[in-house]
Ligand binder design. Structure first.
Ligand code: GAL
Length: 456
C-alpha cells in the first residue's frame, strides 16, 4: 500500500510539473517554439527523424541496423482513423527497415477493452508480443513495470537523442528508478466535445461553455424533439464521460487531489460532480451499450445527436470519413473545462524476452522518430509526443490542440491509464457499470470510496 502511495506521489509530482511547464506560457506555438519547455530544445540529438543516424553507442541496444525477420506489434487500432494512422507509421517502417516483416496483431475494441484482456492472458502464458501499446502513467508503471514484463529503453533514448525532443515532463510518467520504459508516439486530449453545428444553429443554441449552459442546451434540444442530444457508446465511453464531467465540475486541482489523496472521495464536491454526471447521463441514448465510440460519433455527424464527448481520436475518424471540420463538425472543451487539457499518451514498449528483440528495437526507433510521428499523428487525430512536429502536416483542430497542450493546465486521464493503475481503474469501472443500471449516486460514491481505500 505504502509503495503504491509513493508511486502515485511521484506520478503527481510529475503531473504537477507538466501542469506548471505547460501552464506558464500564453498560448504559445508548441511546434514552432520547439517545445513547451523551449529552452530545452536542442538540435544536437542524433535523431533528426531518420534511422540512418543511429549510432553504435547504444549499450544494451546494440546495432539493429539491417535487422531482418519479423516483429509482432500489438495494439487496438483496427478501424476509423486508428488503423489508418498505424498503417502510415508501418509504411515508414517499411522504408527504414525493408528487411523486417511487420506482424500487426491489433485486436478490435475501443480503449483496448478487448485487446488488453488478450494481452494479459498472453503475458500470463509467457507468450508476449515483441512490442505493445501501453498508456503513459500508471497503466505502464503500475502494471507492466510492476510485473517486470518490459525492458528499460534508456539505451535507445541515448542513441536517438530522444531526451532532447520528448517533453521532459512526460519522461517521469514512463520511468521508474531512473529507467525509461516506453516510447510515446502521441498526446491525445480526452476532454473534447464534438458537436453538429447545423443542429445547434437550427435550434438557436450557442456553444455551451459551462455545465449549466450545457444542460440548458440539451433541455432545449429535448423539448424540440431530440430524445438524446448527447451521443454515448459502450461502457468505457461512460467512464470517459464521467471523468470529463467530474473534471468540469470539480476543477483541475480537485481532480488531481483525488489521485494524490488530498481530496476525499466522500467529499461534497465529489457528490456534486457525480450528481452532474447523472444529470448529463439523462440526455444520452438508451442504446449506448450496443454502440462503439465511432457509432456515437456518427450520430453527431448524421444530426441524430448534437454532442459527443470523446477523445480527439474522434476527429481522426471524422477525417477518415472525409468530413469537413467547421462544417460537418465543430469542437470545444467539455463544457466547464476550457483551459484544462486532460491528456493521455500512447506509447510502445519492448517485451522482456521479446522473441524478435532487434526487430522490435527497429520498430521502436521509428515510433520515436520525427518521420514516424509526423506520418502517424495527423491521421490518428493526435499531436506528436515529440516537440519538433512539422505543423504544416496538421489540420486546424490538431494545431489548436498543440497550442492548448503548450498553454493549458494539464491533468491526466483515468480511462486511458494516466492517473490510476489497472486494478484501481477496473474497480471504478465496475462501479460505473452498476451505476448505469441503478443511477444511484450514493451507491456510486460509496463504491468509489471503497475503490480508493483498496487501491489508492
Ligand atoms: C485510447 C487510446 C487512443 C484510442 C482510443 C480509442 O485508450 O489511447 O489511442 O485508441 O483509446 O480506441
Amino acid at each position: 500500500m505504502r509503495n503504491r502511495m509513493l508511486k502515485l506521489m511521484s506520478l503527481f509530482a510529475a503531473l504537477a510539473l507538466v501542469a506548471s511547464a505547460c501552464g506558464g506560457s500564453s498560448g504559445g506555438d508548441a511546434a514552432e517554439s520547439g517545445s513547451d519547455t523551449p529552452d530545452e530544445e536542442t538540435d544536437s540529438g542524433t535523431d533528426d527523424g531518420t534511422v540512418e543516424e543511429e549510432t553504435d553507442e547504444g549499450g544494451e541496444g546494440g546495432d539493429t541496423e539491417g535487422a531482418t525477420g519479423s516483429v509482432e506489434v500489438f495494439s487496438w487500432w483496427t478501424g476509423g482513423g486508428e488503423a489508418a494512422g498505424l498503417d502510415a507509421m508501418i509504411e515508414v517502417f517499411g522504408t527504414t527497415d525493408p528487411g523486417i516483416t511487420f506482424e500487426n496483431s491489433a485486436v478490435a475494441g475501443g480503449a483496448g477493452t478487448n485487446a488488453r484482456a488478450v494481452l494479459a492472458s498472453r503475458l500470463q502464458a509467457g507468450d508476449p508480443p515483441d512490442s505493445w501499446q501501453g498508456h503513459a502513467g500508471q497503466e505502464l508503471i503500475g502494471t507492466y513495470v510492476a510485473a517486470d514484463q518490459i525492458e528499460p529503453l534508456n539505451f535507445l533514448y541515448d542513441e536517438q537523442g530522444w531526451l532532447d525532443v520528448m517533453p521532459e515532463t512526460l519522461i517521469p510518467l514512463i520511468s521508474k528508478d531512473g529507467n525509461i520504459y516506453s516510447v510515446p508516439v502521441n498526446i491525445h486530449r480526452a476532454n473534447v466535445m464534438w458537436s453538429n453545428p447545423t443542429v445547434l444553429s437550427d435550434a438557436g443554441i450557442e456553444m455551451p461553455t459551462s455545465l449549466d449552459e450545457f444542460i440548458a442546451a440539451m433541455e432545449t434540444l429535448k423539448s424540440g424533439g431530440m430524445d438524446a442530444p448527447l451521443a454515448m457508446g459502450e461502457q468505457w465511453t461512460s467512464l470517459h464521460l464521467m471523468e470529463t464531467i467530474m473534471l468540469a465540475s470539480m476543477g483541475p486541482d480537485a481532480w488531481n487531489g483525488l489521485w494524490d489523496g488530498s481530496v476525499a472521495w466522500d467529499s461534497a464536491e465529489v457528490t456534486k460532480a457525480l450528481e452532474d454526471y447523472n444529470t448529463v447521463l439523462g440526455y444520452t441514448n438508451s442504446d449506448s451499450s450496443t454502440l462503439s465510440w465511432q457509432d456515437a460519433g456518427q450520430l453527431v455527424l448524421d444530426g441524430n445527436a448534437a454532442f459527443n464527448i470523446m477523445g480527439d481520436w474522434q476527429e481522426g475518424f471524422f477525417r477518415e470519413l472525409g468530413k469537413e471540420p467547421g462544417t460537418d463538425y465543430v469542437w470545444s472543451a467539455t463544457p466547464g473545462s476550457d483551459g484544462v487539457f486532460q491528456f493521455l499518451s500512447d506509447s510502445f514498449v519492448l517485451a522482456k524476452n521479446a522473441p524478435n528483440r532487434d526487430a522490435a528495437i527497429a520498430w521502436l526507433t521509428v515510433a520515436g522518430s520525427n518521420q514516424g510521428q509526423d506520418a502517424f499523428n495527423p491521421v490518428k487525430g493526435s499531436i506528436p509526443a515529440r516537440n519538433d512536429a512539422d505543423r504544416s502536416l496538421y489540420g486546424e483542430y490538431l494545431l489548436s490542440a498543440m497550442d492548448d497542450w503548450a498553454s493549458n493546465t494539464v491533468v491526466g486521464s483515468l480511462t486511458h491509464g494516466v492517473v490510476a493503475n489497472d486494478s484501481w481503474k477496473s474497480e471504478i469501472d465496475s462501479a460505473v457499470g452498476l451505476f448505469l443500471l441503478d443511477n444511484d449516486v450514493a451507491n456510486l460514491q460509496t463504491a468509489l470510496v471503497a475503490a480508493h481505500a483498496a487501491n489508492g
